[in-house]
Design a protein around this ligand. Structure first.
Ligand SMILES: Cc1cc2nc3c(=O)[nH]c(=O)nc-3n(C[C@H](O)[C@H](O)[C@H](O)COP(=O)(O)O)c2cc1C
Length: 381
């Protein structure tokens, strides 16, 4: 199977599965507990059908959107994700370059494996910094200052990870950071030699946003343990309100799921929210963002930018979310599997296919601009 054989999310996932050592594939592919929420995140789009209109002259298609003060050429962006150089040696640079080429937003994670300021210098497209709020307040201050100095467009604070989700696949495979070789890991090197070769000959693994502050010398830790031991479970609305004031720019909360919290986000001055359950990786049994979208749009849709992520695999998913009132959507695994499969070429192909799908689907829906999509375009079964 080659990159040219990939046409869908399922194809990229399969190619990634073939190329990655299994602990790494399962880290990307896995979710919390029984993975019910993960499963629902995509399945929920099937409960809602699109209702097209015809004969509307749809030669010229405009799929641009404006969110958080940035114009995006397409309505889906690359949601911030951790550890990208472990998935493919080109890591965040590949994703940033591809997002830049397609004129969409890219986010550097607090657990990113390249430096935020380096990426900002290299790529001019819209960028956000995904912030994890640590127990160490000094570290938080330095991270905020670094992001300000790097001239990042958007601060995106993730609020659904104050403790680690129960990712049982990682417990079983022993996936940890820094990626260390257990006996099983050595076996994985042997069966995936290309990945192993690239991992060894390219720049050593590091977490530039955290390296000066977080002591990893006590050995590798699981991602769940990082969240539980290092992130602040006392994080509250007052802390975030102070952060919003200090940042004094586009500020977005990622991981909002209730209309009540969306209202609070407006009250403390956030300019956007991402309705998200972290791709099902945190609270299994939590509702899916698409199921929760209308309720939140009705509460705050006129006041701040309502965005959603989790479960997006197709252009039609994007159009359904925008019909319900989302301003844009984020995706994680849709570009991560492509990155793991083929680096920058893979991410570009995933974005290109998604762009083609959205364009084709807009024509079939009878809309030439995304602003024309309304709730009249969808019906629930
Ligand atoms: C492998 C992986 C790593 C992730 N790392 C982060 C992270 O560092 N920070 C964060 O806020 N979200 C992280 N996420 C969540 C994504 O930003 C996004 O919310 C999620 O992937 C959306 O679901 P989807 O994968 O179904 O599109 C991660 C997701 C995955 C799959």
């Amino acid at each position: 199977m080659r990159l040219q054989d990939c046409y869908s999310f399922a194809d990229f996932r399969e190619l990634a599965r073939r190329r990655l050592p299994s602990p790494i594939f399962n880290y990307i592919d896995g979710a919390a507990d029984d993975e019910c929420t993960y499963d629902r995140n995509t399945r929920c789009f099937e409960d809602c059908d699109l209702v097209p209109n015809v004969l509307r002259g749809v030669q010229n298609i405009d799929m641009s959107v404006e969110i958080l003060g940035q114009k995006l050429d397409m309505p889906i962006y690359c949601s911030p994700t951790a550890l990208q150089r472990v998935f493919h040696h080109e890591g965040e640079n590949a994703v940033a370059a591809a997002a830049d080429k397609y004129g969409t937003l890219f986010g550097v994670s607090s657990l990113g494996t390249v430096s935020l300021s380096d990426v900002r210098r290299r790529y001019q497209g819209p960028q956000c910094y995904q912030f994890y709020f640590h127990k160490d307040r000094e570290l938080n201050k330095v991270m905020l200052e670094n992001a300000k100095n790097a001239n990042v467009d958007i601060m995106m604070l993730t609020v659904d990870t104050i403790t680690g989700g129960n990712r049982e696949r990682d417990l079983k495979t022993g996936f940890s950071i820094p990626f260390k070789l257990s006996l099983n890991g050595i076996f994985q090197f042997a069966v995936k030699p290309m990945w192993a070769f690239n991992y060894l000959i390219h720049e050593k693994f590091s977490l530039p946003q955290l390296d000066d502050h977080v002591d990893m010398s006590n050995g590798p830790i699981s991602i769940g343990k990082y969240f539980t031991e290092m992130l602040d479970p006392n994080l509250n609305w007052d802390d975030v309100s102070r952060m919003v004031e200090y940042w004094d720019g586009q500020f977005c909360l990622k991981g909002i799921m209730s209309a009540e919290d969306a209202r609070k986000a407006v009250e403390i001055g956030c300019t956007g929210i991402v309705i998200s359950n972290h791709g099902g990786r945190q609270l299994d049994g939590s509702r899916s963002p698409f199921d929760q979208l209308s309720e939140i749009v009705d509460e705050v849709g006129d006041e701040i930018d309502v965005i959603m992520d989790s479960g997006i695999q197709r252009g039609t998913h994007v159009l359904k979310a925008l019909s319900l009132g989302a301003k844009a959507v984020g995706g994680g695994r849709f570009y991560l599997f492509a990155l793991a499969a083929a680096g920058q070429d893979g991410v570009e192909r995933a974005l290109e296919l998604m762009k083609q799908e959205i364009e084709r689907d807009m024509r079939l829906m009878g809309v030439s601009s995304l602003k024309e999509l309304t709730r009249e375009n969808v019906r629930y079964r």
